[in-house]
Design a protein around this ligand. Structure first.
Ligand code: FAE
Length: 531
């Protein structure tokens, strides 16, 4: 039997696996752009509407405004990968896209790779008890995520958002989000036939034997394209180990859906490599945004102030919190007392099993990077959870199953700002994840008892990845820090439209919910505030 070190060394990829659930200098000390020698002056520009961040919230806002002929400027700290002509790297060969301004790869396991510092597509924000992965670039998290497009359970959605019209969400906003995101489901025939999905067939079979119910999980990866990949009719992406550093083909990330549509109106201006430092409110309720334009090494090369009548923050949960709290510290921006509260990791907890079917074929040599299966145990009274059967595409038969669990939250975390160190603080420790660990123990015990296998000590210290978070949510909660449509309390013309609106948990992978909530908010905001 291999030990953890041998396991890592023996893997031909030595990387990987990690999606689904789903710090750099962005959240570190703010650099004064004018300190940079080459920057002599500040450019001042006026715009009608500015959106900060091009993930799910920002992309929905951009489309709904521009299709009504409203000119929008979208500021994104990361690269416009489509425009740049640069390619995303596969997990076996981390290159430029693999990490945001780091010199070592930052995947959740096995970071053996040195990197050239570059404005890559994946970032990791490190706090004492939790590491948070996020996407950087035009398309935000959609560039690096596993594409799992899951609509939450109606009852849980109702519990989390009791004041929203649930029926309207399930008849209008969720179907609309799924249509625009191009959500689709793999054919059962393909999944049975395809060698690259053995890990999923094994995962489901073992779950059934242990008494768990499994569900097919929709995705935004185009499964028709994947079937062609399998037949070698088109270039491979999901079947060539691409995902967490970006997919060159197949995945309908936001640049191919919402943002493409918004750009076709001719009303959308996307400014890449624009790092927003902070913003201030003017007496006439307009906003001034302080921006460093950076190069691909992360150096500030230009300083801009953009004045705008309306400002939409869509920098993702951690990005929007950072901007709000920093702007309060730097510019005395008024701050609602609820900002930073009700933060959560969406119950993310990683675990796995070694020696899965070790003596009868394992989980397969080749694995697709796109997950398609889930274990639904959400209704259990004592141990409610949802588990994603995650691929582990290591280029060898590792006989190891990886699981990303989504649990309920028992206790919220809280985000604040440390003005001295100029960075975010996150109040979050083992007491927040203790019940998730209990659920993971229960799940693994049941699986191992029926199927054999051991807790995945080869993947994680002690077999549990309690500190891995792909789904940061909350901190600017809808109806608490904002009104019921994302208008920030105590301000005019200032909106938050992203994952921070969801109070810490939604029970499944979150981007479909973030998209649906953005659709709902933008409908009202455009109707009332953009007459
Ligand atoms: P997000 O997509 O993070 O976009 C925010 C954007 O703002 C980014 O492009 C930032 O670069 C940009 N930004 C931030 N700060 C600044 C600044 N100061 N100046 C300029 N720009 C800025 O926000 N979810 C699922 O539902 N299914 C999955 O399968 C899944 N897998 C995942 C796998 C991984 C590895 C990761 C990291 C996440 C995964 N997620 C998944 C989570 C999902 O991608 C995430 O919830 C959404 O992307 C969040 O959407 P937002 O619109 O909130």
């Amino acid at each position: 039997m291999m030990n953890r070190k041998e396991f890592i060394q023996n893997s031909s990829l030595g990387v990987t696996a990690f999606f689904f659930l789903g710090s750099g200098n962005l959240f570190g000390k703010a650099q004064n752009p004018l300190e940079h020698q080459s920057i002599k002056s500040t450019e001042i520009i006026n715009k009608e509407v500015v959106i900060i961040g091009s993930g799910y919230g920002g992309s929905v806002a951009a489309l709904r405004l521009t299709e009504r002929n409203i000119p929008v400027t979208l500021l994104e700290i990361g690269l416009d990968w489509g425009k740049s002509g640069k390619r995303f790297s596969a997990m076996s060969k981390p290159g430029h896209s693999a990490a945001w301004l780091k010199t070592k790869s930052i995947a959740p396991f096995f970071n053996l790779f040195s990197l050239e510092k570059y404005t890559g597509a994946l970032d990791r924000l490190d706090f004492e008890h939790i590491k948070i992965w996020v996407g950087r670039g035009v398309g935000g998290g959609s560039l690096v995520n596993g594409g799992m497009a899951v609509t939450p359970k109606k009852e849980y959605f109702k519990e989390i958002f009791p004041f929203l019209d649930t029926e309207k969400f399930y008849t209008i906003y969720f179907p609309l989000a799924n249509k625009e995101l191009k959500t689709n489901v793999a054919s059962e025939e393909f999944l049975q036939d395809c060698d690259f999905y053995k890990f999923n067939r094994v995962g489901e079979e073992e779950a059934h034997k242990a008494g768990f119910k499994t569900v097919r999980v929709p995705n935004v990866y185009d499964f028709d394209y994947m079937e062609k990949e399998y037949k070698n009719e088109v270039p491979r992406s999901a079947l060539a180990g691409e995902v967490i550093y970006g997919n060159n083909y197949g995945k309908n990330s936001l640049d191919k859906t919402y943002l493409k549509k918004a750009s076709s109106t001719g009303k959308l201006e996307i400014l890449e490599l624009h790092q927003v430092n902070h913003f201030s409110q003017n007496p006439d309720q307009s906003y001034s945004i302080d921006i460093s334009v950076i190069n691909t090494k992360g150096e500030a090369i230009q300083h801009k102030i953009i004045n705008t009548k309306k400002l939409i923050l869509a920098a993702g949960t951690m990005g929007s919190l950072d901007l709000l709290l920093k702007s309060k510290a730097v510019n005395q921006l008024h701050m609602d007392e609820n900002i930073g509260k009700e933060w959560g990791n969406n119950g993310n907890f990683m675990t796995g099993r070694n020696w899965v079917k070790a003596f009868s074929g394992g989980t397969g040599f080749q694995q697709s990077t796109i997950p398609v299966g889930g274990i639904d145990y959400w209704e259990d009274k004592k141990h409610p959870f949802f588990v994603e059967i995650a691929p582990l595409p290591m280029g060898m038969n590792v006989a190891t199953s990886l699981y990303l669990m989504v649990n309920k939250l028992k206790k919220f975390g809280e985000v604040s700002y440390n003005p001295k160190e100029q960075k975010l603080n996150l109040r979050w420790d083992q007491s927040h994840t203790a019940h998730m660990k209990d659920n993971a123990k229960y799940f693994l015990r049941k699986m191992n008892k029926t199927n054999g296998g051991t807790r995945a000590h080869l993947l994680f210290h002690n077999g549990f990845g309690a500190d891995i978070c792909y789904h940061p949510l909350g901190g600017v909660v809808l109806g608490k820090a904002t009104d019921q449509f994302g208008r920030l309390n105590g301000h005019q013309n200032l909106y938050v439209i992203d994952g921070s609106l969801i109070p810490g948990t939604i029970g499944v992978n979150p981007f479909v919910t973030i998209t649906a909530i953005a659709e709902y908010c933008m409908e009202e905001i455009i109707k009332k505030d953009f007459v």
